[in-house]
Design a protein around this ligand. Structure first.
Ligand SMILES: *Cc1c(COP(=O)(O)O)cnc(C)c1O
Length: 403
């Protein structure tokens, strides 16, 4: 029935039949029987948290990205917070972040009393622009955070040069890019500290969860303490010593990930490469379809990076359309396509405008891009007909609003 929908049919928003009756979400997890089995088995074990699955998942994740250490925490925001703590961010310190990101990238700097400094993005890829980073470096700068927007790794060679020239720590907020690579090197090994989210909408999930990868054993040790109240040893280690004594050299948080979540993570990690390939197939089909639609400009991808496609983002060529992004967003939602917008530039959020005085005009490329971006559904469970529905709905909507 769906295949009978024509470009010329009335839009659902104007009372026509929608391309889909049930809305297709923009993302979603894949949970299979082996995932459920892994969790159930761990629920029957003695230790529900701070047990062997945590160590095993950390080891498997470190192996996957090719680092010496991986530290599991309760979510991606906690991962960023622990990373900021590891490198001693404090009052007076500046950390350069792209303004096109999820707010947690910037917020985590403030958790430790530091100041996020918003840099602009490259207009074609919407990735942190090294040229803008160079302009924002000051004597107070301590670190740079790249964000692999959409799942495409930043230009890490250029960012590394800047970090080295100014003695800065380089971080990768890799929450979109699990399973991607840059010049053949896996995401997770590209910066000094690399943070991941294991939220259901990301490339693999533990329900809620996060991970930090690094080659620095000192930072890893500090982050393991930080996730456990600042206590220098786990209660199992103390039980082995037969001792009640512990020390808290500095206050930490409870950012632990449970054993059954880590069991889920290990099961998911094995399947991640296949899921990334499926995301890339969906993206390739979109690229092909949009090549003939002049009002659609997908965010560009570079040849030197392998994008892991947490998101697929298009830019509307507004000069070729009679409607703005809000109208197209609503029209696509009405067709049953769960479009989204990633992201409102973080420097325009009231919190930062009030506290840091960041105003429109600070990051012109990001602000211009924000007016015309739309995120389309991409996730491994999408069927061929789901993909065709998205393409058909986009074609129907843009042909109706074509100038
Ligand atoms: C999802 C995400 C986070 C936060 O992760 P949570 O697990 O939701 O806390 C941080 N940064 C980016 C870029 C993200 O996409």
């Amino acid at each position: 029935m769906e295949t009978t929908v024509q470009d010329t049919d009335a839009l659902a928003i104007s009372g026509g039949d929608p391309v889909r009756e049930e809305t297709l979400a923009y993302g979603g997890q894949t949970i299979e029987d082996d995932d459920i089995h892994a969790v159930a088995e761990t629920l029957r074990a003695d230790l529900l948290t701070t047990g062997p699955k945590v160590d095993a998942f950390e080891e498997a994740f470190a192996d996957f990205v090719g680092t010496k250490e991986a530290v599991a925490v309760s979510n991606g925001t906690a991962a960023l917070h622990a990373a900021m703590h590891a490198i001693d961010i404090g009052p007076g310190d500046e950390v350069i972040v792209p303004t096109i990101t999820f707010a947690a990238t910037a917020n985590s700097v403030t958790f430790e009393g530091g100041t996020p400094v918003f840099a602009d993005v490259d207009p074609d890829t919407l990735l942190l622009a090294p040229e803008s980073v160079e302009e924002k470096v000051s004597p107070e700068t301590k670190a740079i955070v790249g964000v692999d927007y959409m799942g495409q790794p930043c230009r890490y060679d250029a960012l590394r040069d800047i970090a080295d020239a100014h003695d800065l720590v380089l971080l990768d907020d890799a929450c979109h890019a699990t399973g991607g690579s840059y010049k053949g090197r896996p995401v997770g090994s590209l910066a000094d500290l690399n943070t991941f989210s294991l939220h259901p909408v990301k490339n693999l999930t533990t329900g809620e969860g996060g991970m930090i990868t690094t080659d620095d054993a000192g930072w890893a040790k500090k982050m393991r303490r930080f996730r456990n109240h600042g206590i220098t040893s786990t209660h199992h280690e103390r039980a082995e010593e037969g001792s009640w004594y512990y020390e808290i050299p500095e206050a930490g948080y409870n950012y632990r990930l449970t054993d059954f979540q880590c069991a889920l993570g290990m099961s998911q990690l094995q399947k991640l490469p296949g899921w990334v390939e499926r995301r890339r197939e969906v993206a390739a089909r979109y690229d092909e379809a949009f090549r003939s639609m002049e009002s659609i400009e997908p965010v560009e991808r570079r040849d030197d990076a392998k994008c892991a496609y947490h998101l697929y983002v298009i830019r509307l060529a507004l000069a070729r359309l009679k409607a703005d992004r809000k109208t197209l967003f609503e029209a696509l939602q009405a067709e049953g396509i769960g479009v989204n917008v990633h992201y409102i530039p973080v420097h325009l959020q009231p919190h930062y405008r009030e506290n840091l005085g960041t105003e429109p005009g600070l990051c012109p490329n990001a602000e211009a891009a924000y007016e015309r971006i739309l995120t389309l559904p991409v996730f491994p469970r999408m069927t061929e007909s789901d993909v065709e529905d998205v393409i058909r709905a986009v074609r129907k909507v843009v042909s109706t609003y074509r100038r």
